[in-house]
Design a binder for this molecule. Structure first.
Ligand code: ADP
Length: 480
C-alpha cells in the first residue's frame, strides 16, 4: 500500500499546531506496520535546510500559473520517512511562518501557495504521474491540501483521496475570481462544488471531491455534522456521513515519556513517582513561584485563542488563587488573551506565572511539574495536551467536547465538565481540588492515566484499514 501524505507542516521541520505532530508521527507509524507512506511538504526554509539527502527528483518546466517548479526527494531527519519537497522559493522561502509574515498577517498569495501544494499532490497521484512511484491513496490534510481532490476529479481520476479535517475552523476561504486562475473549471463554483457562502473554500473543495473524509476523533466526527461545530459545512458533512470517519490521534510516546524526557530536571515513571515532585519544585523555582510541594499547581499550555477557552481560565483565575492553588500559563496568540494572562500573573506574584511565547522545553517541564492540566476548549477536534498530561501523571480538567471527551475518563483519569461556561470549569476544578486532598485517590487517578496507551499504532491500523477500503471501493470490489 503506497500512500502520499500531503501536508503543509510536519514536525520537527515546521510546526504551528497539532497537524505538525500528526504529520511527523503518523507516516512513521504507518511505515512501521508495513505501508509505504511518503510525505509531501512545501519547501519553506527550514524544510529545505532540514531534509536529509535532498536531491532533485523532478523538474516541471512550465506548470500553468507557476512556471518552473522542482520536486526534491529526501528523508525526514528523525524518522527517515521519505519526503517530497516542492522547491519553489518564490512562494515558500520567506521570512515569517508558513502562513503569515513576521508581523502575523496572512500572506496575500496563500491561495496560490497552497494551490501549488494541492496541484503537486494531485499530479503525483494521477494515472500519468511523472514519478516512478504512484500512490494507491492520496491522504490530504486540512484546507491547504483541499484542492487536490478537486484537481484529481477534474483530471479524470487517479488515486482515491482521503481528506482529513484537523480543525474545521480553518477553511481556506478566498475570492471566487481565483477559481479559474487556479486551474478549476468555472462550473465548479457552485454549491455542489467549491462554493461556500459566495466564496471559494479550499476545504469545501476537499470535503466535496474527496472519496472519503476523516477527522481526528469519533466525537468530533459527530459534532461537525451539526451547527455550530460544523461551521457552515454541517450540511455537506451530514450528507456524506456514510463516508466520514473519526480516528483518534496518538501521541509520540518516545518524545513524551517522563522516564526518558531530556527536557526534565528529573525522570520519573508510574513505578517511581518521586521524580515528579522534584520536577514540580524545579518548575516553581524557575518561574518564581513560591516553592511549596503540597500546593496544587495547575498548568495551561495552549494557543491563546477563543477556541481554547482561555477567557474561562482568566475568569476563574482569582478564585483558583484564593483557593490556595498556583497557576502556570504558557501560550501565545490573540493580543487581548495574552494581556489577560499577563494581568493575572501581575495580580498574583508568586502564585501565577504567565509565559507568553512558544517554548517546547518548558511545555514538557509544565506537563511534568503541574498536578492538574486545564484544557477547557470550547471545541477540540482531538487535542494532544490532555493525552500528554495523562502520560505525565498530571490530571486533566477538560470540557466534554471532541477528542477531549474521547480520551479523558471522568473521575478515572481526569475531570470532564459539560456546562460550557467559567462556572462549569470552576465546578470541575473544585472536584479536582477535593480529590487532590485525598492522596491515595489522587495517586490512583495519576496511575490510571499514566498506564493508558496513546501510541500511534492503534491509529495507524485504523488508517491502514480505511486506505484499503478506499482502494477496494475504487476498484469496484465488494466490501467484505
Ligand atoms: P492545536 O493544534 O489546536 O493548537 P493541540 O492540542 O492538538 O492543539 O496541539 C497543540 C500542540 O502545540 C501541542 O503539542 C502543544 O504542546 C503545543 N503548544 C501549543 N502552544 C504552545 C506553546 N506556547 N509552547 C509550546 N508548545 C505549545
Amino acid at each position: 500500500m503506497k500512500v502520499l501524505f500531503a501536508t503543509p507542516e510536519a514536525r520537527p521541520l515546521v510546526k504551528t499546531g497539532g497537524l505538525a505532530d500528526v504529520s511527523g508521527a503518523l507516516p512513521a507509524a504507518l511505515r512501521e506496520i508495513g505501508l509505504d507512506c511518503r510525505l509531501l511538504l512545501p519547501g519553506y526554509h527550514p524544510v529545505i535546510a532540514g531534509v536529509v539527502n535532498a536531491r532533485e527528483r523532478l523538474r516541471l518546466n512550465d506548470l500553468p500559473g507557476y512556471g518552473a517548479v522542482r520536486l526534491l526527494e529526501g528523508q525526514m531527519p528523525d524518522t527517515g520517512v521519505p519526503v517530497y519537497v516542492i522547491d519553489y522559493p518564490w512562494h515558500y522561502q520567506r521570512d515569517g511562518g508558513p502562513y503569515q509574515d513576521a508581523s502575523g498577517r496572512d500572506y496575500p498569495d496563500n491561495a496560490w501557495r497552497f494551490a501549488l501544494l494541492s496541484r503537486i499532490a494531485a499530479l503525483i497521484s494521477a494515472p500519468d504521474t511523472p514519478l516512478a512511484w504512484r500512490p494507491d491513496v492520496l491522504h490530504c490534510n486540512d484546507w491547504q491540501t483541499g484542492l487536490a481532490p478537486a484537481y484529481l476529479h477534474f483530471a479524470g481520476g487517479g488515486a482515491p483521496s482521503l481528506m482529513t479535517i484537523h480543525n474545521l475552523a480553518y477553511q481556506g476561504i478566498f475570492p471566487p475570481d481565483l477559481v479559474v486562475p487556479l486551474g478549476l473549471p468555472a462550473a465548479s463554483f457552485q454549491v455542489e462544488g467549491v462554493e461556500y457562502y459566495g466564496n471559494f473554500s479550499f476545504l469545501k473543495a476537499g470535503l466535496y471531491y474527496a472519496d472519503w473524509i476523516s477527522t481526528v476523533s469519533p466525537s468530533y466526527a459527530r459534532e461537525i455534522q451539526q451547527s455550530p461545530l460544523g461551521m457552515g459545512m454541517e450540511g455537506l458533512l451530514a450528507s456524506r456521513r456514510d463516508r466520514l470517519t473519526g480516528i483518534l490521534n496518538g501521541i509520540d510516546m518516545a518524545d513524551w515519556n517522563p522516564s526518558s524526557d531530556l527536557h526534565l530536571p528529573c525522570e520519573y515513571s508510574s513505578r517511581a513517582l518521586a521524580g515528579k515532585r522534584r520536577c514540580k519544585l524545579a518548575l516553581q523555582q524557575d518561574l518564581n513561584l513560591e516553592i511549596q510541594p503540597e500546593t496544587p499547581l495547575f498548568g495551561v499550555i495552549s494557543r491563546l485563542t477563543y477556541q481554547k477557552g482561555i477567557d474561562w481560565v482568566a475568569a476563574i483565575a482569582d478564585r483558583l488563587v484564593a483557593a490556595g492553588a498556583q497557576l502556570v500559563i504558557l501560550g501565545k496568540g490573540e493580543a487581548h488573551l495574552e494581556q489577560a494572562c499577563h494581568d493575572i500573573a501581575a495580580r498574583h506574584p508568586g502564585r501565577v506565572a504567565s509565559i507568553i511565547g512558544y517554548d517546547e522545553g518548558l511545555s514538557h517541564r509544565i506537563e511534568a511539574g503541574a498536578d492538574v492540566f486545564l484544557m477547557p476548549s470550547r471545541f477540540e477536534p482531538c487535542g494532544l495536551n490532555q493525552m500528554y498530561s495523562q502520560r505525565y501523571g498530571t490530571i486533566p480538567v477538560v470540557f466534554a467536547t471532541g477528542g477531549l471527551k474521547d480520551t479523558v475518563e471522568d473521575g478515572v483519569t481526569g475531570f470532564v465538565f459539560t456546562e460550557a461556561s467559567p462556572e462549569g470549569l470552576w465546578g470541575a476544578i473544585q472536584r479536582a481540588l477535593t480529590v487532590f486532598q485525598d492522596k491515595p485517590a489522587w495517586r490512583r487517578m495519576m496511575l490510571a492515566g499514566m498506564q493508558k496507551d496513546f501510541s500511534w499504532e492503534a491509529s495507524a491500523n485504523q488508517y491502514a484499514w480505511l486506505y484499503r477500503l478506499l482502494v477496494l471501493t475504487r476498484s469496484g470490489n465488494d466490501i467484505v
